[in-house]
Write a protein that binds this ligand. Sequence first.
Ligand SMILES: C[S@@+](CC[C@H](N)C(=O)[O-])C[C@H]1O[C@@H](n2cnc3c(N)ncnc32)[C@H](O)[C@@H]1O
Length: 236
Amino acid sequence: MSIQDLKQAEKLEVKSYFNGMGFDRWNRIYSDSDDVNNVQRNIRIGHQKTVDDVLSWIKEENNIETISFCDAGCGVGSLSIPLAKMGAKSIYASDISAAMITETQQRAKAEDVNMKLLTFNTSDLESLEGSFHTVICLDVFIHYPQEAAEEMVRHLCNLSEQRLIVSFAPYTPFLAILKKIGQLFPGPSKTTRAYTLKEKGIISAANACGFHLIRSKLNKAPFYFSQLIEFKKRIT
Ligand SMILES: C[S@@+](CC[C@H](N)C(=O)[O-])C[C@H]1O[C@@H](n2cnc3c(N)ncnc32)[C@H](O)[C@@H]1O
């Protein structure tokens, strides 16, 4: 089997996980359901910090009605829905999992969101096309090893006119040890491989596409570690 075949097999595994058991698990984590264990509740708390930071960074600029967004790997719409409620110009919500996209649509309708602002797409990140003011990809790179994640950053930069925001589980020697002893990604989420990434490589990949670092913040909760980075395109 070639490396390409292996990558494809791993992606199919991720897709089927997020259409099945993974959908059920993450749909509960990204909700206010009481049907979560302690680890899942902590992941929920940590993830909400990441989403809240992104929303507050966007609010700072006071021009959301002029901004087109791509929410790459949107999950159940935890970011797309508030962006629509805040009055974004448009949001392209995309995910590899059809179950996630259906859930995002249902949640948006239930929350009375203006559905005209949202476009839904079921596809992997690699197949994303188009041009957006701001591209955001939160907590998806966990499925990408370093080199593939850097390639993905370059791809997302090519889709972005002005800003890229990404978050990922950072590689640190401490987290590497936790991962080794199985505490970082506990329980059945081990059904898909989880990769931690070196921030330096992610920043270099964005720099190579003309995007420079604006800010970087680590969000933590027990069992949740996510480095959130904002890049903007250099004005030439
Ligand atoms: C942990 S969830 C994060 C969801 C969302 N970004 C958020 O922060 O609320 C990861 C999401 O990435 C999606 N995903 C995983 N691999 C993907 C790929 N190669 N292309 C597109 N989406 C992918 C999964 O289906 C899942 O919805």
